[in-house]
Design a binder for this molecule. Structure first.
Ligand SMILES: Cc1cc2nc3c(=O)[nH]c(=O)nc-3n(C[C@H](O)[C@H](O)[C@H](O)COP(=O)(O)OP(=O)(O)OC[C@H]3O[C@@H](n4cnc5c(N)ncnc54)[C@H](O)[C@@H]3O)c2cc1C
Length: 292
């Protein structure tokens, strides 16, 4: 074939760097894993629970898929993390922050995985998913009507834990039981008790956050400005929020819930129109919502 010399040269020029890039990307992932392994002690804890998961591990895909709530991101073309870390203790989070910074990886923090845009498990640059689902403990103090709850717990786990301790206390947060406490409280969080008690974030009284330098801060050490910011603007913007101290609120032992279904033919439009005027002026013990 009569191919001019210059095209052959250009071809060689293009192929070589892409191979080199792949090799250097693999090398930085290996360096990251080595750093994480060194810093978390061993990858496997005394109870044989794995903390670091790479695509070569059998645990990687099940963990990645476990909390992937948006089906539209369940595709082969969705960018996947180079590593998933499932911390069991705070120092595993500190190790992830240190090693990701050192080796140039972005961190995506995932609590319950319900982010509508997949921001807890997708990135356009090489990244690590810090998946908090194992950090899910809940400590309730009935006497003070407060609780410390880890970000990796779900709303359902939290509601259930409260119900096991008291039939007259609750936490005012969202309707959906699989939503993660981490992303929910960091973004606001509304549910059936909104009218009486406000957002979930309004009922947070302390929090533990690990910042970009790996420092663990509580309300007094982070300061009131940051404490204000993480209750609404906390989605991965200021650090990893490990746990939250919240106020529990008083509820009656029995509540009544009912549903009225109306089609368009049965006057649903008129009903929704009316609802907008009536709902805000009702007694705060009554919440009215519309669903499709
Ligand atoms: C089916 C469904 C039902 C819903 N119902 C309600 C409802 O009733 N009321 C309501 O108010 N909202 C509701 N939402 C919205 C939900 O509250 C938000 O999407 C919330 O951010 C999800 O939190 P998550 O931890 O599950 O999600 P994730 O995807 O894990 O996190 C959401 C965002 O927060 C960041 N983040 C997560 N954990 C941390 C952490 N520990 N520290 C710092 N940043 C963190 C993530 O990086 C991501 O950007 C619902 C969403 C879905 C999909």
């Amino acid at each position: 074939m009569n191919m001019p010399k210059c095209s052959l040269l250009a071809f060689a020029f293009v192929i070589l760097p892409s191979n080199l890039l792949a090799v250097s990307a693999q090398k930085s992932t290996d360096d990251l894993v080595q750093c994480l392994t060194d810093r978390t002690g061993k990858n496997v804890t005394p109870t044989f629970i794995r903390v670091i998961h790479t695509p070569q591990d059998r645990t990687y895909t099940p963990i990645y898929d476990l909390l992937l709530q948006e089906l539209r991101f369940m595709t082969n073309s969705t960018p996947k993390p180079q590593v998933i870390v499932t911390p069991l203790i705070e120092s595993h989070i500190q190790a992830t922050i240190y090693c990701s910074k050192k080796h140039g990886f972005q961190i995506r923090i995932r609590s319950g995985g319900h982010d509508f845009e997949g921001s807890s498990y997708i990135s356009k640059v090489p990244f690590v998913v810090l998946d908090l689902f194992s950090l899910n403990s809940i400590n309730i103090d009935i006497k003070t009507a407060t609780a410390w709850v880890h970000s990796g717990a779900t709303l359902g786990q939290f509601y259930y834990a409260i119900s096991q301790k008291s039939r007259n206390l609750a936490f005012p947060a969202g309707y959906w039981s699989t939503v993660g406490v981490g992303g929910h409280l960091a973004g606001g969080g509304y549910g059936a008790l909104l009218r009486k008690y406000g957002l979930a974030a309004d009922n947070v009284i302390d929090a533990l956050i690990i910042d970009v330098n790996g420092a663990i801060l509580d309300r007094s050490s982070m300061g009131e400005d940051l404490f204000w910011a993480i209750r609404g603007g906390g989605h991965g913007n200021f650090g990893v929020i490990v746990s939250w101290k919240v106020k529990l609120v008083a509820v009656p032992e029995i509540v009544t819930v009912f549903k009225v279904n109306r089609t368009l033919e049965q006057g649903a439009t008129k009903l929704v129109h009316k609802w907008q005027y009536v709902a805000p002026s009702m007694h705060e013990d009554l919440t009215m919502t519309t669903n499709q």
